[in-house]
Design a protein around this ligand. Structure first.
Ligand code: ADP
Ligand code: MG
Length: 489
């Protein structure tokens, strides 16, 4: 059994255990102002055919000119995937006929991609870590879009996307469960967003995946795979894999054979269905595009990009655990989105990072999730949350009051220190006042005092009473100590 095979990932069939094997081809739209070989805009939306140059429309005699910005983005991504950058790569023509592909071929990279082998570290909720190999990353053009629902007799075509740069990131068949597949795509998306090389927006189609699935008996050779095309949400990727693996197991257990097919996922039914089989597969007749020279990169160009990479999620995670003492789970939650981690680091700067993490994860993220607000639109800024943490640290307010201050800052805005001042929320540190509250509570509850002497855990009840009497403003620690002294426990 190979090292990646966890017993818990196996599927129990009627005739014994099966293992799924998954490899993903992620198509990521390059963040760039203009297209891969033309100056037309890549902006999403817009009137049909308003972002189309003569090159994108494949007018006769037009010549593609490589966009240096897109090349830099592919290299940046390759470096982020810890991958080999190939100083020489070649653009090929992949020939096929499609109504929304006016050239009659797609310019892609086949034998010599710009990025070679790399790897992605995937940490699962269970604490399990899987390393997924990257086979390659190549650049290619996106196609246009046929519109069949605009006119009863005709189909229309919108070429706005035609020629937009895509990166195809091909994984090795290293993935063994739908959970791993989902976590892998999330991780790739996180890395792309840290790098700023793809916005990762799956609703707009900036990130989608072809999902290759096969099954086998644990430890045996790879089985025949089926490829599910163009799955555009992480949830659907998981569903497609679960359905497809079970479909294949059923066929095999009935004594059948898997036909290597391209399949489609139907989000309405959660099923996959056949699109074409291997026999019907295209013969793409790849050959180097004679309009483009091989792409030659200098090592200095690559080094310059390497020097400008931001700190990536794996390094941040490791630093948060080692330097800040955060749990792996908290570190994962914080690093998952670049905006979240920026917010956290702004709060943590110069403060107790563990406390900052607690406030960001529990109070802030909790509230953002509940109200469906994105962290960049948070009504409570990192500065405001930072001041709340400072107020707790300085013993100006208790943790409990801090939650009220957070709520006021969220709903009404304002500087936390001023909120505390204006509403008289300051913690009572004046022991005279606390002493008085303690004495009052003890005097009013003689029988409880007797009980507490028998059962020291009763002190909690007294703390509660004193906190109530001081409207939560007494320092709980001071109250506790005083009570224990007075009750002699
Ligand atoms: P194609 O152009 O036919 O899609 P690629 O090489 O681009 O071929 O992609 C193949 C993908 O299929 C890779 O992600 C690879 O990991 C995956 N793969 C290859 N063999 C298997 C298999 N037996 N089971 C599952 N996935 C596989
Ligand atoms: Mg493929």
């Amino acid at each position: 059994m190979d090292a990646k095979t966890e017993k818990s990932n196996l599927i129990e069939g009627a005739t014994g255990a099966w293992e799924m094997v998954i490899g993903l081809e992620v198509h990521a739209q390059v963040s760039s102002e203009s297209k891969l070989f033309s100056g037309a805009s890549t902006e999403f939306g817009g009137e049909p055919n308003s972002h189309v140059s003569l090159v994108d429309a494949a007018m006769p005699g037009m010549l593609p000119v490589i966009n240096e910005g897109c090349i830099a983005q592919a290299i940046r991504t390759g470096l982020g995937l810890k991958a080999q950058i190939n100083l020489t790569s070649v653009f090929d023509r992949k020939n096929y006929f499609y109504p929304d592909l006016p050239q009659g071929y797609q310019i892609s990279q086949f034998k010599d991609p710009i990025v070679g082998e790399g790897e992605v570290i995937v940490d699962l909720l269970s604490g399990e870590r899987v390393i997924v190999g990257i086979e390659r990353l190549h650049l290619e053009q996106d196609a246009g879009k046929s519109l069949h629902d605009q006119h009863p007799q005709f189909s229309y075509v919108d070429l706005n996307r035609s020629g937009v740069a895509l990166m195809e990131i091909v994984s090795r068949p290293d993935i063994r469960s739908s959970e791993q597949a989902r976590a892998y795509v999330s991780k790739v998306r996180t890395i792309l967003r840290y790098l700023g090389t793809c916005d990762g927006n799956m609703e707009e189609g900036s990130l989608r995946a072809d999902v290759n699935v096969s099954v086998r008996r644990p430890g045996e050779e790879l089985g025949t795979r089926c490829e599910i095309k163009n799955v555009n949400s992480i949830r659907f990727i998981g569903q497609a894999i679960e359905y497809e693996a079970r479909r294949q197991i059923e066929i095999l257990e009935d004594g059948g054979k898997i036909d290597q097919q391209t399949r489609l996922f139907d989000a309405k039914t959660g099923e996959t269905r056949a699109m074409r089989s291997k026999e019907e597969a295209h013969d793409y007749r790849y050959f180097p595009d004679p309009d483009l020279l091989p792409l030659e990169l200098s090592q200095e160009f690559v080094d310059g990009i390497a020097a400008s990479l931001p700190e990536l999620p794996d390094e941040k995670r490791a630093r948060f655990i080692a330097d800040y003492g955060l749990t792996p789970y908290d570190a994962d939650v914080l690093v998952a989105e670049r905006e979240s981690v920026d917010y956290f680091e702004a709060v943590a700067k110069g403060r107790d990072a563990k406390q900052a993490a607690n406030w960001v994860i529990n109070e802030l993220f909790g509230r953002l999730n509940k109200e469906g607000v994105n962290v960049v639109d948070s009504p409570v800024s990192a500065d405001q949350l930072g001041s709340i943490v400072d107020l707790i640290k300085a013993n100006t307010i208790s943790g409990k009051i801090a939650k009220d201050v957070f709520d006021i800052a969220w709903t009404e805005g304002g500087d936390p220190a001023e909120i505390v001042e204006a509403r008289g929320l300051k913690q009572v540190t004046d022991t005279g006042a606390i002493k008085k509250a303690v004495d009052d509570v003890i005097a009013a509850n003689p029988e409880k005092v007797e009980q507490a002497k028998e059962k020291p855990a009763m002190v909690g009840w007294f703390v509660g009473q004193v906190m109530k009497a001081t409207q939560g403003k007494a320092s709980p620690q001071a109250v506790n100590e005083l009570l224990k002294a007075k009750l002699g426990i």
